[in-house]
Design a binder for this molecule. Structure first.
Ligand SMILES: Cc1cc2nc3c(=O)[nH]c(=O)nc-3n(C[C@H](O)[C@H](O)[C@H](O)COP(=O)(O)O)c2cc1C
Length: 221
């Protein structure tokens, strides 16, 4: 496929046809995704191919409390789990939510599911001493994760990533034997989308790019 077409149409595919995503195709997806960049080219990623459905259910169960809180916050108009603003939801509001989210229920049955971890011992975190949540370390793992989705799209498949599991990382790490220095980056579901979207809703460039200053005039090419 044309590169720009892949980039413009790799949507969050959560509903899949029963078509199998065989190991040879999955291998080819990872074989291309591995050309992602990482700080110092240290490539701290590890992928666990989740074949065991029971294990996938266990991971979905671990995400359930986080999903409930996320939904309660979203319902109140908050950005869920914001590191900037405190939450005002009550435990009762959280308890009232169902533990289902788009994708969480599909995880167990997705034709393929991957867990991506990153070795923090291999990641530079220039922003670790700032008085805010660290962003820079993610730059050494999410390009790889996104490359998996792009490569899947190129193969006629699609996927979605979720980061909910990170909120219960210790339990997930124990379940999967993930080493101490690794962090859970995301879960990825892959399969043939029931419907391939082609027009994704995204802000136009001149809404988010400015010249020379945050409040500079819009960069419009
Ligand atoms: C960091 C991150 C976390 C995400 N988590 C979830 C998730 O938990 N569940 C889900 O269904 N989609 C998840 N998504 C997909 C987003 O919802 C999706 O990219 C966005 O809504 C745009 O959808 P579209 O590409 O179909 O237009 C996540 C995407 C990112 C980048």
């Amino acid at each position: 496929m044309d590169t720009f077409e892949v980039m413009r149409t790799a949507f969050a595919a959560r509903d899949y046809t029963p078509r199998e995503l065989d190991d040879a195709t999955l291998y080819r997806i990872l074989e291309h995704a591995r050309f992602a960049p990482s700080g110092g080219n240290r490539q701290g990623w590890h992928v666990i191919v989740l074949k065991d459905r029971h294990l996938r259910h266990q991971l979905a169960d671990l995400m359930a409390p986080t999903i409930k809180q996320y939904k309660a916050q979203a319902m109140k108009g908050e950005t869920p789990f914001s590191s900037v603003h405190a939450t005002h939801v009550t435990q009762e509001e959280i308890d009232a939510m169902s533990p289902e989210m788009p994708f969480s229920s599909q995880l167990a049955d997705a034709p393929a599911a991957l867990l991506v971890t990153v070795d923090l011992a291999k990641v530079t975190a220039f922003d670790q001493s700032l008085d805010r949540v660290a962003v820079v370390p993610g730059a050494s793992i999410y390009p790889f994760a996104w490359n998996i989705i792009l490569a899947a799209r190129n193969e006629g498949f699609g996927g979605v990533l979720t980061t909910f599991l990170a909120n219960h990382e210790p339990e997930a790490k124990a379940l999967l034997g993930i080493p101490e220095t690794h962090a859970i980056a995301c879960l990825i579901g892959l399969g043939e989308p029931v419907k391939q979207l082609t027009k994704l809703k995204r802000r136009p460039v001149d809404e988010f790019a400015t010249v020379d200053h945050w409040q500079g005039h819009p960069f419009n090419g």
